[in-house]
Design a protein around this ligand. Structure first.
Ligand code: ASP
Length: 423
């Protein structure tokens, strides 16, 4: 047992070391190593790209089967639809409330800093904006929750329909009892296989994180950021307030647990989300950490974490709140108080419609901008530097899911405080 603990701690530390060493290596590559075919094609687009993306793919490979099996097992174990409904409603309300809070903090921070005033538009790299055209409507976002074809949803990795179908299967298995023992055992054993596979793949995390981070820094460097520093600073400040202020206060108020312990134990997951910029790929690691290190019930986390990775994007909505003010100021458009209320509402809905993969927050930003009559061309202003912000906001996105899960678990009486408090 203590050997296992040592191993787990060792992995967290190595992930951090790789994050730092990767960033430094990437910056050295960008600034100190002269351009050459070898540098670009062999190191950056060869080794770093293949190893980094290979690692993300390994994690992504786990997501659908892991989420499906653990959700079936979780809902089957909870059994009655009443408890499941109670956990579901509580979680969704919590997710919506924290997102609305996040947008409000973003708007307040943005108006305190005024990131778009006095902007030198000539210095900003304007990117192609065609990607932003396909923003989903609110009606479609809601309807897409029901899978027309569950197999299709799994093939496409569409989380919400997968969640709905898995919950259904689990509840039906509980209802049918012993008649369906074989199927129930199959899911629970397959679930064990997936958890073991997660542990194995996670051993590669330090290498994957190193390659992902160094490639990002080797490609972007710092030059694109400079004219946008005020906007970036504003987004980062709001993200820090949400992550280390709001979440930790909520955690303490609702559970009396030590927020510092929470942050310390959850940091490796944040580091992983940061380097991959995808909430979805972080699901296995998040469930694993919450279960093993924080004493959170797996039945609950296997439901709330994938749900959160799909509908709860507080970090993304913060970027959208700041972006609205930035774009309005850059285009010289005044926003009324009514407009700002609309932004809180639409950014919260956009968060539900944002998939947990890189850069989708920019796509759903179109929906928020249109709701207050701002030009979607504004997205082009921030697209060039969005990659690095995407990484930070993804870390915040998944922290919000974990805090909410811990609180809901505590309220349901299924949090093992001894495990949480253990060093
Ligand atoms: N990359 C984010 C996530 O996966 C979504 C986004 O903001 O683009 O959580």
């Amino acid at each position: 047992m203590s050997k296992n603990k040592k191993k787990a701690l060792g992995l967290s530390t190595t992930i951090f070391i790789s994050l730092l060493v990767g960033a430094v290596f990437g910056i050295i590559l960008h600034y100190l190593i002269p351009e050459s075919d070898f540098k670009t094609n062999v190191i950056i687009e060869g080794v770093l790209y293949v190893c980094g993306q290979g690692f993300i793919r390994l994690m992504q490979m786990l997501v659908v089967p892991l989420v499906f099996c653990s959700l079936v097992c979780g809902s089957m174990a909870i059994g009655d639809t009443k408890t499941l409904g109670k956990v579901g409603v509580k979680t969704i309300l919590f997710y919506i409330a924290t997102t609305a809070m996040a947008v409000s903090i973003a708007l307040l921070t943005a108006y305190a800093i005024d990131p778009g005033l006095g902007l030198d538009m000539d210095k900003i790299q304007v990117a192609e904006v065609s990607q932003a055209a396909a923003s989903p409507t609110i009606a479609d976002t809601l309807l897409n929750i029901i899978p027309k074809n569950p197999v299709n949803a799994m093939a496409n990795g569409d989380m919400l329909p997968i969640i709905v179908f898995a919950l259904f299967v689990g509840v039906m298995l509980a209802k049918l009892g012993h008649k369906t023992d074989v199927v129930a055992n199959f899911f629970s054993q397959f679930n064990d296989v997936m958890m073991e596979m997660t542990n194995t793949v996670m051993k590669l995390a330090p290498l994957g994180v190193f390659c992902l981070i160094s490639r990002t820094f080797a490609t972007v460097g710092f030059s694109a950021f400079l004219p946008m520093l005020k906007y970036m600073g504003c987004v980062v400040l709001a993200l820090v307030i949400q992550c280390f202020g709001v979440y930790q206060i909520l955690l303490f108020v609702f559970t009396r647990l030590n927020p510092f312990k929470f942050i310390k134990k959850f940091l490796p997951v944040m580091g992983f989300a940061f380097s991959t910029a995808t909430s979805n790929a972080t699901i296995p690691m998040s469930i694993d950490t919450l279960t093993k290190k924080m004493g959170v019930s797996k039945q609950i986390s296997s439901f709330t974490i994938p749900l959160g990775a799909t509908i709860n994007m507080d970090g993304t909505s913060i970027m959208q709140g700041v972006a609205v003010v930035f774009i309005a100021q850059a285009f010289g458009i005044e926003l009324t108080l009514g407009n700002l209320a609309t932004v809180v509402l639409t950014a919260t809905i956009a968060s539900i419609g944002t998939a947990g993969v890189p850069s989708v927050g920019l796509v759903t930003l179109a929906m928020v901008l249109t709701s207050v009559g701002l030009p979607t061309e504004g997205i082009a202003l921030i697209m060039g530097i969005d990659r690095i912000l995407d990484m930070i906001r993804t870390a915040v996105n998944i922290t919000g899911d974990a805090v909410c899960t811990t609180i809901v678990c505590h309220q349901e009486g299924s949090l093992d405080k001894e495990v949480f408090n253990k060093d």
